[in-house]
Design a protein around this ligand. Structure first.
Ligand code: FAD
Length: 289
């Protein structure tokens, strides 16, 4: 049981991990080894104090060096679901489980708009998690919407299970080349079905019958990750202390709203850790009363 689970390795997560380390919290930091695809993609960053006119890659290298020098380890994992256990949180990734007394969500904001029909059919043929739901589609025909090369292994795993995969991968240089995978253009125009998924409609208007649709994105809707989390549109609702509606759960960075900026993400990561420390102190005091 860790003091704090930090989920997300973008600037908000980096800032939170550094602050938590400085305050000697026992943290588990979960994310990906390249930190954030959004950092890597920035051509030149002109508005981040202390790092004038760096490229995204240069900024990422500085972040990596700084966390390594601080002795902070990153656990590579993509969290599929989180459970509020009423006093602590359990985060699950594939067959691994991580426990924390408090939770900090720094998962960024999902790029790209939601596809019509996606939310309505979530859990009824629409899934965000290859590991959790892949087995349900053994021998079936599915569509996979993949927005990042870093998640190609998950699409390949689904292709091992399914009989046929219609793959929507709207980025250049997709490296998947399997006989049962058909490359489709762009992203689907809609997911269709009355009670559960029946078809996916491509942007040219053709409906392709499928049994399920997997959306594999860098970031998923936090409300689908953790039940009961109050949202404000696509963002997690937080107060000025970065507290969510769930006790002991904090959020920082793009996932809490605009502007989508490094400096805001970093600032909020710092505030969220201070609030988590207050929460943990208060919890400890209450337990010893
Ligand atoms: C091309 C481009 C250029 C930009 N240029 C600038 C600029 O010049 N100046 C500026 O201020 N801002 C810029 N931005 C915006 C900036 O990148 C974002 O505001 C910033 O990255 C947000 O940080 P974050 O930590 O909130 O989220 P992200 O950077 O999105 O990081 C979130 C991290 O969490 C991980 N994650 C998500 N879900 C999970 C999960 N379930 N389990 C584990 N890990 C998870 C993701 O993989 C990712 O690594 C730019 C963005 C882009 C795309």
């Amino acid at each position: 049981m860790h003091d704090l689970l930090i989920i997300g390795s973008g600037p908000a997560g980096v800032s939170a991990a550094l602050c938590a380390k400085a305050r000697d919290l026992d943290i588990l930091w979960l994310g990906n080894k390249d930190l954030s695809p959004k950092i890597g993609r920035a051509e030149r960053i002109m508005n981040y104090p202390g790092l004038p006119a760096v490229t995204g890659r240069e900024m990422r290298d500085v972040f990596l060096r700084q966390t390594a020098e601080a002795g902070i380890a990153l656990t590579e994992a993509r969290i599929d679901s989180i459970y509020d256990m009423g006093g602590y949180y359990v985060a699950c990734a594939n067959d691994r489980m991580f426990e924390g007394q408090a939770l900090l969500l720094a998962t960024g904001v999902a790029s790209g708009r939601e596809v019509p029909g996606e939310s309505r059919l979530l859990g009824r043929g629409v899934s965000y998690c290859a590991t959790c739901d892949g087995m349900l589609y053994q021998g079936k025909r599915i569509a996979v919407v993949l927005t990042s090369p870093q998640l190609e292994h998950e699409a390949e795993y689904l292709a091992e299970l399914a009989e046929e995969v219609l793959l929507f991968a709207p980025y250049k240089g997709c490296g998947i080349d399997l006989t049962n995978v058909t490359m489709m253009g762009g992203i689907p125009a809609a997911v269709e079905g009355e009670h559960r998924v029946e078809a996916v409609r491509s942007s040219n208007g053709t409906a392709h019958p499928v049994d399920g649709v997997f959306f594999l994105r860098d970031s998923v809707n936090p409300a689908a990750l953790l039940q009961g989390l109050e949202m404000d549109g696509p963002h997690i609702r937080v107060d000025r202390q970065q507290r969510t509606d769930l006790p002991g759960c904090f959020a920082a960075g793009d996932c809490t709203g605009r502007p989508y900026q490094y400096a805001k993400a970093v600032g909020e990561g710092n505030v969220a850790v201070h609030s988590a420390i207050d929460y943990l102190h208060e919890k400890k005091r209450a337990n010893t009363r």
